[in-house]
Design a protein. Structure first.
Ligand SMILES: Cc1cc2nc3c(=O)[nH]c(=O)nc-3n(C[C@H](O)[C@H](O)[C@H](O)COP(=O)(O)OP(=O)(O)OC[C@H]3O[C@@H](n4cnc5c(N)ncnc54)[C@H](O)[C@@H]3O)c2cc1C
Length: 428
């Protein structure tokens, strides 16, 4: 049997998905990751004091079929649970009330599951958003109505991590078209966290298929003829490519731009800020939406509560401790309503994680998109490729697409024997 070797740079979700696609067909994959561990923006932090938490809560929807397929492939689908099957509890700080809303528009047929303030004319505007033919800011379609605060703004920043005043109606419309399918709007979270329920099983599956994952290896430079890549200069080695080897750069746009400066890539980003409070949570995962607060949602785990501020431009440069105090005071009443012991003036041990470039800014303007295969044997992957919301789903799709187009790319040389020794690096 013969196989080409695919060198995948970046072991985030896109790189791992590319490697799963390559190895599914018996291909050979080597991953190079700059960080000490795989996962990229989906990672669990393990500080010395034992307060283990994700960088930030990640949700999937049942609409994210490609991501769910990856979970099935790596044997982790059952670890993603629906924390709120009866509808999302939403705490409204100004009124102090908690009520459930349905995430699927079909559930809005029940008055008790409707977002606050939803009227028939709002539904017409939401339909306009779902089927937007021209791109414009989400807020330009919805206008200043109660539904903006109770549904549209939180939904827009959750999906696009960009405020509704700027966010692309077409990108949001795409997500909404997926979500309105019956059964597609169920929200899922990792039972034990991103490391145990996504990244570790992906790495284990790849290793079982013979793939290598080399961490602590930053790609410093691509060696190329101008038409094809011939080598990779990494942290402590240079890897020269075989004639038929391929490369996938599963990297954020700013790294792609550094390595291939002639490519036009998106340059604007939006931050996400997460605060993790170490406290007795609940045995059952809980997920609550928040309105009238700095944060938009909170996830309750056994031993901590994680709170998310998306599109966090307004707070990202504020002192972390001040932001954490404000958020705690705002959410403590919501946690009490969910049965937790939480006192506004007794803040638990706190960790703040700031991701300044959490996603690209997904505004209603054309984003630069480089060709997916800028060199004969090199393809790009990453959540920012394409016109879908930049999420786990788009990262999976981009990784799989990159693997697929290289598989079908005309070969540059003879197939490489699978028996070829895996590492062929010359120490730099
Ligand atoms: C706080 C937060 C919350 C989020 N919430 C959600 C959510 O609820 N749902 C959802 O679907 N999505 C969410 N996202 C988005 C999701 O995390 C990303 O879309 C996805 O992880 C992107 O994967 P990626 O592989 O494209 O990029 P990355 O995860 O950025 O992977 C790129 C990898 O390349 C490595 N790398 C960079 N430069 C080099 C180099 N020169 N050489 C070698 N390696 C390099 C990096 O270390 C990284 O591991 C969230 C993101 C954040 C930050």
């Amino acid at each position: 049997m013969t196989a080409r070797r695919t060198h995948i740079v970046g072991a985030g979700v896109a790189g791992l998905s590319a490697a799963l696609a390559v190895t599914a067909e018996g291909g050979e994959a080597v991953l190079y990751e700059a960080a000490p561990q795989a996962g990229g923006r989906c990672r669990t932090l393990h500080p010395a004091d034992g307060f283990v938490h994700d960088n930030g809560t990640h949700v999937l929807f049942t609409a994210n079929t490609r991501a769910l397929d990856v979970l099935k492939t790596i044997g982790a689908r059952e670890r993603w649970l629906e924390p709120e099957p009866k509808g999302l509890p939403v705490f409204d700080r100004p009124t102090g009330a908690m009520r459930r809303i349905g995430l699927s528009p079909w559930s809005w047929l029940l008055p008790s599951r409707r977002p606050h303030g939803l009227t028939l004319s709002d539904l017409a505007r939401i339909l306009q958003l779902v089927f937007a033919s021209k791109d414009c800011p989400v807020a330009a379609i919805i206008g200043q109505r109660p539904i903006m605060d109770s549904l549209i703004e939180p939904l827009t920043v959750a999906v696009l991590n960009t405020p509704a005043a700027q966010a692309s109606s077409q990108r949001l419309g795409h997500a909404l078209r997926q979500l309105i399918r019956p059964g597609a709007g169920r929200l899922l979270v990792a039972r034990n966290g991103l490391g145990r329920d996504l990244i570790e099983p992906a790495v284990a599956t790849l290793q079982a298929r013979g793939a290598s994952i080399l961490t602590g290896q930053r790609l410093r430079m691509l060696l190329s003829t101008g038409e094809r890549v011939i080598g990779l200069t990494l942290t402590d080695r240079t890897v020269m490519l075989g004639a038929d080897d391929r490369v996938i750069l599963a990297l954020p746009p700013y790294e792609v731009e550094r390595l291939l400066p002639s490519l036009a890539v998106p340059k604007a980003f939006e931050p996400i800020l997460n605060v993790h409070y170490r406290m007795q949570g609940s045995g059952q995962r809980r997920f609550v939406g928040l309105t009238g607060t700095l944060a938009q949602w909170a996830m309750i785990r056994d031993d901590h509560v994680s709170v998310t501020v998306s599109a966090a431009d307004a707070v990202i440069d504020r002192a972390a401790a001040d932001v954490a105090v404000q958020i705690w005071r705002e959410i403590a009443p919501a946690l009490c309503l969910l049965g937790l012991e939480a006192h506004a003036h007794r803040q638990p041990e706190t960790r703040v994680v700031k991701e300044k470039r959490a996603t690209i800014r997904q505004a209603a303007e054309p984003l630069p998109q480089p060709p997916v295969r800028p060199l004969a044997n090199l393809a790009l992957a990453g959540d920012w490729i394409g016109s879908l919301p930049a999420t786990i789903e788009s990262a999976v799709m981009a990784g799989e697409h990159a693997a697929s187009i290289l598989r079908h790319a005309p070969g540059g040389g003879p197939p490489v024997s699978r028996a070829r020794p895996l590492k062929r690096e010359d120490a730099a």
